[in-house]
Structures are given as structure tokens and as C-alpha cells.
Design a protein around this ligand. Structure first.
Ligand SMILES: [Zn+2]
Length: 273
């Protein structure tokens, strides 16, 4: 039988009151001598324990349970499990590449743009429920004419669009509005869930790992959202320069352009290797 060098964690333990808490379990191929004075036998399994004087010592699994009493032992085990689980979660938090709180904060400016698109789509719907589809048809077929029922003025309105000055509608932001907004919301929800998971004790490692594995999906959703926001921005930039659009959009507040979307939040979601 080999006995490993156990100097340094061999403070003698006289009574159960010497033990503050369990630190780490050990399970070794070699036996190490127990520090409980009344035991002093070599054990393969046990725990390193923090003592009142601040030093570390160790107890065997079975004799430790006898010394502490079944009830105390279970409580200390439970406390150890909780601390170890928390430490594992904190490893994720401390990852230099993954900062869910920071990501959420950097997404705040995106909210304004998302709301801008929502407002624009709602306003267009007030003019004519099918306005978006009609505008896209007019562009698609290049017939240079757009007809719609103007609910404000209660009349059928026909607009000639000069060829070459037809507004260029992107394929993205206005015909997929429901899909990408859902993506944006679900990406944010994932980050919130991870923050909640990191802060609370009741989540299991499996749940945390599942959430972490969904980060890639959240990134993809945010990437889609960023593209939509950029496309919409380009769309707003093009329509504001066209006089004809002022006829379309009387009563509709034209969204202002905000420049390229800051993609930092996407990078901040990267949990690293
Ligand atoms: Zn022992």
C-alpha cells in the first residue's frame, strides 16, 4: 500500500466542532491517513474539510459521517454541492468571451429601431391594409403604377411612379416582419434566461448547458435581426429622397436612418471554446 504525502492538510481533528465545512471530495487509488484523531486510519474516499483555525484537513467518508452525525453530514454535503455548482456557473460568467449582461445592455439601442419598423408598418396599415404588398408588386412588375384605397381621404388613389425613380423595396424588412421580430425577441429571451440561470441556485448544470448550447442559435437570430435593421435603414434612406413617396406617406412618419447596426451584442454572446 502506498501512502501519498499528506503534509499540509493534516491538522488533527478532535471533535465535529472543529469542522466548518467540506471543501472537496477525494477518491484516490492510494489510501491517505485520516486526520480525525480518534480514527487515524488510511482511507481511499473522503473529504477535504475547512477547520475553524482556517487550515485544511481531511476526513474519511464513513468516519466523517460518524463524527459529524448523519444530519449534519447531509447538510454539509448539500452545502458543498451547492457551492460547487455555483462555482461551475461562475466559470461561465467569468468567461472573457461571454458577457450576457453586457450583451443585453448593448441590445438596448436595437429596441428603438425595432419599434421604429413596427410603427412604420402599423402606419402603413392605417393607409391601406395591403399597402406593403402593393408597393412590392409595383416594384416587382415595374408597371410604375400604384393604386390603393386611401382610408384617410376615403378615395381610391392612383399614383404614377416615374420609371427609374421607383422606390427600391428590399426583400427583407417589410415582408418578413413577423419572423425577424420573433427572432429578436427570442434571442433576448435566451440571454435573460441565462442571466437568471447564472444568478439562481435552482437550475441544474444540464439546464445551464442546454442554454449555453442555444447561444449559437441566439447569435444567428441576432445576425438575422441586424441584417433586417440594416436593410430597413437603407430602405428609409432611399424613400426619403424620393418626392413621390411624400404622397404615399402623408400622415405616415418616415423613419429616420440611423447608420449601420452595431453588431457588438452578437460578439458578446460568443461563449468561447
Ligand atoms: Zn477516518
Amino acid at each position: 500500500m502506498i501512502e501519498i504525502d499528506d503534509s499540509g492538510v493534516d491538522t488533527p481533528i478532535l471533535t465535529k466542532d472543529d469542522i466548518v465545512r467540506l471543501e472537496e471530495p477525494y477518491d484516490l487509488p492510494e489510501r491517505i491517513r485520516c486526520a480525525i484523531v480518534s480514527c487515524r486510519q488510511p482511507h481511499k474516499r473522503g473529504y477535504f474539510a475547512l477547520l475553524r483555525d482556517g487550515t485544511l484537513s481531511r476526513i474519511g467518508h464513513d468516519c466523517g459521517k460518524r463524527l459529524l452525525g448523519e444530519h449534519n453530514f447531509v447538510l454539509m454535503r448539500r452545502d458543498l454541492d451547492k457551492r460547487r455548482a455555483r462555482a461551475r456557473r461562475e466559470q461561465y460568467i467569468r468567461s472573457p468571451d461571454f458577457d450576457p449582461g453586457g450583451a443585453l445592455a448593448s441590445l438596448a439601442p436595437w429596441d428603438e429601431r425595432v419599434e421604429m419598423i413596427n410603427q412604420f408598418i402599423r402606419d402603413l396599415g392605417q393607409l391601406d391594409a395591403n399597402m406593403l404588398a402593393k408597393m412590392q408588386d409595383a416594384v416587382k412588375w415595374h408597371h410604375g403604377e400604384l393604386e390603393y384605397w386611401d382610408t384617410r381621404n376615403r378615395q381610391l388613389t392612383r399614383i404614377q411612379i416615374q420609371r427609374g425613380k421607383v422606390l427600391e423595396l428590399p426583400s427583407g424588412p417589410i415582408d418578413k416582419e413577423i419572423g425577424w421580430q420573433a427572432d429578436f425577441v427570442s434571442a433576448k429571451t435566451r440571454i435573460l434566461k441565462i442571466i437568471e440561470c447564472l444568478e439562481k441556485d435552482e437550475h441544474t448544470d444540464d439546464e445551464l448547458k442546454l442554454l449555453m448550447s442555444q447561444i449559437g442559435e441566439a447569435q444567428w437570430k441576432l445576425r438575422m435581426t441586424a441584417e433586417m435593421l440594416d436593410e430597413f435603414d437603407a430602405f428609409c434612406g432611399s424613400i426619403t429622397t424620393k418626392q413621390i413617396m411624400s404622397i404615399f406617406f402623408q400622415g405616415v412618419k418616415l423613419p429616420r436612418t440611423l447608420g449601420p447596426v452595431d453588431r457588438t451584442p452578437i460578439n458578446k454572446l460568443d461563449p468561447g471554446p
